[in-house]
Design a protein. Structure first.
Lengths: 270, 353, 267
């Protein structure tokens, strides 16, 4: 039988899916044990049990000085920056993408500009962002917005252009104005793509957020990671990394569910 | 196959292990890491000029000197075992390798900061005015310690501030030029850059007010040094050859260091003026053996403990023991992880290398 | 003056002539089939009728009105594909034919209710009331085209333009659609243009069949000349108009018999 026709059974599929996770865990545990045998105070690869203890402490115990649970404070600060930035990017890219996709005048005006803009590495502009937007929350949100909006805008504009011309003509023969075509033909058909785009760009958004928090911050997940790096507290860093991964996974899952619930017609033909 | 071998094989296969902690055994190849800072520029020159190779050859070893762009990363790499030694301050040596259980010896006391680290404010301010304001600095760094000492001198503490904002040193100059930043604490060359380009910048406090507290060291793994005294001799011998050239004002040497640090001869000499270099090994021995050093280290340990840097496992500021050249120990004698060893510098002073 | 006037229409894309010198008069209620080889400009002519494109020369008017510059409710259309909105249910697609004509694009309150009732009546007429809540993607090709025609007719256009409407359907479904279209036409007396590549279909449904072809051909530069109407057939009565030849030309009848009472005017 050809390899391309060889599919795993259900239990085997579950087992295969678990293999990479287990392998990483075993390799980590092994590496950690070797280093700890050489130096019991080694901080680079803390034991899994240490990470677990640290995680419990970080999630439940307050800071020695302020009494606040820093992890939740960091999570709240980072999530509001992230979601704020993504929400602004999504709205901006939707509006600009629709305008560029539907109106030839604006397409001529903006599509070249957006294409060039999406090639600019935003991190290199950080000093300018700081001077224009200050060191506070604004510049962090703006970095996310600058980082992901051009890409999303280009993609959404292309999606609007991909709507069959026949549909736009049809809507016109039913008397639809430009506004009605935008609101009732184009918008509902690009919204699923917008959610898909948000899912795709969340990874970059996290990256920009953590970069911004590393540069100047008093609170946030990225801030804490870069701060404790200074004394090599890998147990804290690893807990935060696992937590960020989990948050990102949950966000992605929620968006997927939203897309399914909100756009039943996407699945009608399947 | 033993369990350890099996584990090593597994971990290596998956590429996770990285480098193992330095093993205490005789060897002939050594690696030092350094990062750009006025007092550490000689390390780059040692490497380029071949002076290090010459001394290493004399003792039948090789010493590879590697520049790391990120200071904290260089110390982390050393702590993880990728290097046998690293250029670091006394404070960061205590917090990172010693705090992580890597027994570390200060082989060379190169200099102390004598104005290179500074608290800079905009306009006419005093230290007392900092109460209730925000201060931008690299948190948990020497700057943070300097701020604590500065506030201390004005009868304030960090809790009297509106907080500190962790700001990357790479972006400190841009941060200073924004409206909402009022005060920064940073080090050279950023200090001279900020004061030169901002006429209203005022230095409220600098490290010349706390002489001998911020020491720039070359620290090495204690076990490696004990097993390979020739490694210590070669490094110290090479270092003081360059110190002699610098003390003599050799312009070619100083220009090479200036260019490597991204400035010109004048700029570099201005930075050196704010640095108390120990060109003479006898001075370095005196600094390492100073009776003030234990007090400074206790103060630093307390600062680190207060900030939670010594780790959650640290029950008190005395958790890590520090040994001085005369054999006295501050902190826990059961957990001595940081040692000031003046014997190699003494050999240089005696011309015994 | 005829209902639809096409006067000396030319169309070219970037120097390539597509159609040239097309002149045509169509009466209200006529069904005109347009046939021709691929690339002969018959779909271009339909887009010109639709005002989706403007000709480089010539004019097209409906009922003596102004020359249209863009598609509108006067001219309905059904394409081979993509004629219905995939994100709207079957009923919403019909309601859209009324709702899209408002300022907001939505109907509210009583207007919405009555529009839904009318939509349900139309769905019952076109046999889609049992799938009113479904999305078009879950319908068969024939059902989708029935919906598209129902949607177009709901907007009550003066002219209905069909661009190979049954081209993607299997033969059995196509015959059903012919019957469906014939019934609807009998009810509405709509003026219809239909582009087709199927001659049998063109003659079966049309009153007139127009053939597009290139009368002039330059072998060095095939794009130099465009296509035009080269033949026209009377396709009434199954394409056999001579059956009524005596009705049209009573003088040919035997003298002994009296003249018929009813006269049909030629088209």
């Amino acid at each position: 039988m050809r390899l391309i026709n060889l599919s795993p059974s259900r239990p085997l599929a579950v087992f295969l899916a678990a293999v990479p996770f287990v392998a990483v865990l075993i390799a980590y545990a092994a590496g950690s044990e070797i280093r700890l045998a050489a130096n019991p105070a080694d901080k680079l690869l803390p034991a899994l049990s240490t990470i677990q203890e640290t995680a419990v402490r970080l999630f439940t115990e307050g800071d020695r000085r302020s009494g606040e649970i820093l992890l939740w404070k960091d999570t709240w600060a980072s999530l509001s920056r992230l979601l704020g930035g993504v929400a602004i990017s999504a709205s901006l890219s939707l509006v600009i993408g629709m305008v560029v996709g539907l109106l030839p005048m604006f397409r001529s005006l903006l599509s070249g500009f957006v294409a060039v803009l999406s090639m600019v590495p935003p991190l290199a502009l950080l000093p300018i962002l700081f001077i224009v937007f200050g060191l506070g929350e604004t510049s962090k949100v703006v970095l996310i917005v600058i980082g992901i909006t051009p890409f999303m805008t280009r993609d959404l504009a292309q999606r609007v252009l991909d709507i069959p011309h026949e549909q736009l003509v049809k809507a016109q023969t039913l008397g639809a104005s430009s506004w009605v075509i935008a609101a009732r033909v184009a918008l509902p058909q690009v919204l699923p793509r917008l959610i898909a785009n948000v899912r795709l760009t969340l990874g970059s958004a996290w990256l920009f957020l953590i970069a911004a928090e590393a540069v100047a911050a008093e609170v946030g997940l990225g801030y804490r990671i870069f701060l404790v790096r200074r004394y090599l507290a890998m147990d804290v860093i690893l807990t935060y990394v696992i937590w960020i991964t989990l948050l990102a996974f949950v966000l992605d899952w929620l968006l997927k569910q939203l897309s399914r619930k909100a756009f039943p017609w996407m699945e009608a033909g399947l | 196959m033993t369990k350890a071998k099996f584990l090593t094989a597994t971990a290596l296969t998956l590429g996770l292990l990285g480098s193992l902690p330095a093993q205490a055994q005789e060897k002939t190849d050594f690696k030092l890491a350094w990062s750009i800072y006025v007092g550490w520029m000689p390390w780059g020159y040692l490497d380029e000029s071949g002076i290090m190779d010459k001394w290493a050859e004399k003792y039948g070893i090789t010493v590879d000197i590697v520049q790391i762009n990120d200071y904290v990363e260089s110390i982390n790499q050393y702590t993880a075992g990728a290097f046998d030694g690293v250029s670091a301050t006394n404070m960061d040596t205590l917090s990172i390798p010693a705090g992580s259980g890597v027994d570390t010896t200060a082989l060379i006391v190169g200099d102390y900061s004598n104005g290179n680290d500074a608290v800079i404010a905009k306009g006419d301010m005093t230290l007392a005015d900092l109460a209730g304001t925000k201060v931008n600095l690299v948190e948990l760094s020497v700057s943070h310690y300097l701020l604590a000492r500065a506030l201390d001198s004005a009868g304030l503490a960090e809790r009297d501030l509106d907080g500190v904002v962790n700001t990357s040193d790479a972006d400190m100059i841009a941060a200073y030029s924004t409206e909402d930043v009022k005060t920064v604490v940073t080090w050279n060359p950023l200090v001279s850059e900020i004061t030169a380009s901002n006429p209203d910048a005022k230095v409220l406090f600098d490290s010349s007010k706390i002489p001998g507290e911020i020491l720039d060291l070359m620290v090495v793994n204690t076990e490696t040094l004990e097993a390979n005294p020739d490694f210590g001799k070669a490094v110290v011998g090479a270092w003081y050859e360059v110190m002699g050239l610098m003390a003599a004002g050799d312009e070619a040497v100083l220009t090479a260091m200036a260019e490597a640090s991204g400035t010109d001869l004048d700029g570099y000499q201005a930075q050196l003026a704010a640095t108390e270099m120990f060109y003479d090994p006898a001075e370095a021995v005196a600094q390492a053996s100073s009776s003030a050093l234990p007090e400074t280290m206790i103060e630093i340990a307390e600062f680190l403990f207060d900030k939670g840097i010594l780790g959650e496992g640290a029950p008190s500021a005395d958790f890590v023991g520090i040994e001085y050249p005369d054999g006295t120990i501050t902190g826990s004698d059961a957990n001595v992880m940081f040692r000031f060893d003046a014997s190699y510098m003494q050999m240089a002073a005696d011309g015994a290398l | 003056m005829s209902f639809i006037q096409v006067r000396d229409v030319w169309q070219a894309y970037g120097g390539r002539s597509i159609i040239e010198r097309v002149t045509l008069d169509v009466s209200e209620g006529e069904f005109v089939s347009i046939v021709g080889a691929s690339g002969c400009g018959k779909s271009t002519f339909l887009r010109l009728l639709l005002a989706d494109e403007r000709p480089v020369r010539g004019t097209i008017t409906v009922d003596g009105g102004d020359v249209a510059v863009e598609p509108g409710r006067e001219r309905g259309v059904v394409f081979q594909r993509y004629s219905v909105f995939p994100h709207l249910t079957v009923r919403e697609n019909i309601v859209a034919a009324e709702g899209f004509n408002t300022a907001s694009g939505w109907l509210f309150g009583a207007a919405k209710r009555t529009s839904r009732e009318r939509a349900d009546a139309i769905l019952a007429r076109i046999g889609l009331n049992h799938v009113a809540e479904q999305y078009p993607a879950s319908l068969s090709g024939g059902m989708q085209q029935r919906l598209a025609i129902g949607q177009a007719l709901t907007a009550k256009p003066r002219v209905l333009l069909l661009d190979e409407p049954f081209g993607a359907l299997d033969p059995g479904t196509r015959v059903q659609m012919h019957d469906f279209l014939t019934e609807l036409r009998a009810e509405t007396k709509m003026t219809v243009f239909m582009v087709s590549h199927d001659l049998e279909e063109a003659f079966k449904l049309g009153d007139r069949v127009l053939v597009f072809d290139k009368p002039r051909w330059d072998p060095q530069d095939p794009g130099l000349y465009g296509a035009t109407i080269t033949y026209e057939f009377d396709a009434r009565d199954g394409g056999m108009p001579y059956q009524h030849i005596l009705d049209r030309y009573p003088s040919l009848k035997p003298q002994a018999e009296p003249a018929p009472e009813r006269l049909l005017e030629p088209a």
